[in-house]
Design a protein around this ligand. Structure first.
Ligand code: NDP
Length: 340
């Protein structure tokens, strides 16, 4: 008999790819959606499911409504908790980021415990719960971040998205240790890139790419490094994290570290307009005071520009068997899909 998975965040950028791989593998997927009558939000999943061996069902639930995942968790073998807002722009961090991340994680994981059937929970965390700012690596005397590290520098007033992911992952580990029914595995991706399946995602990944393609950083940008990873590798890691009995703990998913100038150059060579990309490093002391004009804080520029960044992805390769594709392919396919 096929296994059943409750998948939160199925409509989103990463969730849609997870949904696809689950359906390709013959699972029954209980995709949770906020509003079943808003079918435009999940039409791409229905189209995708046609012809795939698995079964797709839609269950209504909201991260902020206690108990709303209970029915979908009952009878599920695995829970993939992917849903959480990843927004680059927000007004009220508590309401828009932290409440859905933290209360949502509690609601979904408590539903898994009450289900009586769930054996494993896979949580989409982030490298944002491993570190807060690029300067943390040097400040902690590290040459690279690995799964033993935790973000200790984000707060309600600085790097709020990273704070929301840290609180949520910490809560997940605490809930996991207080029960014996299911085991927890977390996937901690860096910036996720690659072609989206649907068009409706509000993910910061789309926002970030569109800012570069639109010429927002034309000419000069502060030199800030980010880790990047393909959405398909992230999605596959979720399946392996559920299926492999030996999978445990946290897994960093990150392929390559690139600076804002390097990503601009690669975008220009892989489908983006090279005339609108940044080619000069803006000195951080000069750019920091005007950072709010670009939608980021002065502290963000000061704590991140010019610092090195590195991730150890060896656990994901060794234990989950992830093979990272050439990142140029990721960019080419993403740009082609987003421009279309
Ligand atoms: P998307 O914005 O594309 O997806 C977010 C999903 O969460 C959507 O399905 C959305 O549903 C759902 N959601 C948001 N708020 C609620 C709510 N109140 N109740 C129920 N569902 C809700 O983002 P991504 O796919 O990029 O992100 C998915 C996960 O991956 C998040 O946990 C994010 O933190 C994590 N992540 C993302 C990275 C990236 O670079 N993209 C990097 C590392 C981690 P709806 O369709 O109804 O809006």
């Amino acid at each position: 008999m096929s296994k059943t998975v409750l998948l939160t965040g199925a409509t989103g950028y990463i969730g849609s790819w997870i949904c696809r791989y689950l359906l390709e593998s013959g699972y029954t997927v209980r995709a949770s959606v906020r509003n079943k009558s808003n079918s435009a939000r999940y039409a791409h999943l229905e189209t995708m499911a046609q012809g795939l061996p698995g079964t797709l069902e839609f269950w209504e639930a909201d991260l902020l409504k206690p108990g709303s995942y209970d029915a979908a968790a009952q009878g599920s073998d695995y829970v993939f908790h992917v849903a959480s807002p990843f927004l680059l722009k927000y007004k009220d961090a508590q309401k828009e980021l932290i409440d859905p991340a933290l209360q949502g994680t509690r609601n979904v994981l408590e539903a898994a415990t009450r289900s009586g059937t769930v054996q494993r929970v896979v949580l989409t965390s982030s490298v944002a719960s491993i570190y807060g700012d690029n300067r943390d690596m040097q400040a902690q005397g590290l040459g690279t971040f690995n799964e033993t590290h935790w973000n200790t520098t984000s707060s309600l007033t600085h790097q709020q998205y990273s704070y929301s992911k840290t609180l949520a992952e910490r809560a997940a580990w605490e809930i996991a240790t207080n029960q014996q029914q299911w085991s927890l595995v977390t996937i901690n991706p860096s910036f996720v890139f690659g072609p989206p399946i649907g068009d409706a995602s509000d993910s910061g990944s789309m926002d970030f790419l569109k800012q570069f393609l639109s010429g927002k950083y034309f000419g000069a940008a502060p030199l800030i490094r980010f880790g990047f990873v393909d959405v398909r590798e992230v999605a596959m890691a979720h399946l392996r994290a559920a299926e492999l009995p030996h999978a445990s703990g946290r897994y960093i998913l990150s392929n390559i570290v690139l600076s804002t100038l390097e990503i601009g150059k690669l975008l220009g060579q892989n489908g983006g307009n090279r005339m609108v990309m940044p080619f000069l490093k803006a000195p951080k002391k000069l750019i920091a005071p005007v950072a709010p004009l670009f939608g980021v804080s002065k502290a963000f520029v000061l704590h991140n520009a010019d610092y090195p960044l590195a991730f150890d992805n060896s656990r994901s390769i060794r234990e989950l068997g992830i093979q990272y594709r050439d990142f140029k392919e990721t960019l080419r396919e993403m740009v082609a899909r987003v421009k279309a």
